[in-house]
Design a protein. Sequence first.
Length: 209
Amino acid sequence: MIRVLLVDDHPVVRAGLRAMLSDFEEVEVGAEASDGAAALAELEKARTLGEPIDLVLMDLQMAGMDGVTATGMMRALDAAPPVLILTTYDTDADIRAALAAGAAGYMLKDAPPEDIRRAVLAAAAGSRVLAPGVEARIERTRAEDALSDRELELLERLAGGASNRQLARTLFISEATVKTHLVHIYAKLGVDNRTAAIAEARRRRIIRE
């Protein structure tokens, strides 16, 4: 039996997920938490009671500690259980952050129950699990024209309304370097101005809306 720690800040969503998981004969919900900090406490409680958690089913965006931060902290623990992200967010930025933090998988909440069941079983067994669209997106970002980490950071700040001068000051680079990065970004996205770059990045879900 796989003991799952269910982490989501919406009680109604947790109730729905708990009901779905209860239909899986190999799975039981061992504990629940409303954010990352509470999840870390539940892990420690389960360990102390000698009822360890086998898998953490983690939401991404929560009112308290977010899923990425919690995942990173959990993966730093001794004998940490794998973390399977289950979220409604599927932007490149969210996917990259979750996997970089050590998540064993990334699934979307609108996936069919049987797909989630298979993902839970696979992640608990130590396999990496990705929703079909997520895997394709990861492969795309590995292509030669993928934006660098600095270009992604600059693009996200650009989408927030930052000017070239503000970008230079915030990133501790010259305005000339900012312009060089922008030229590279435009070329990789197939656009010729910042407005189009932001729109194209959002269309590809490289950055959040």
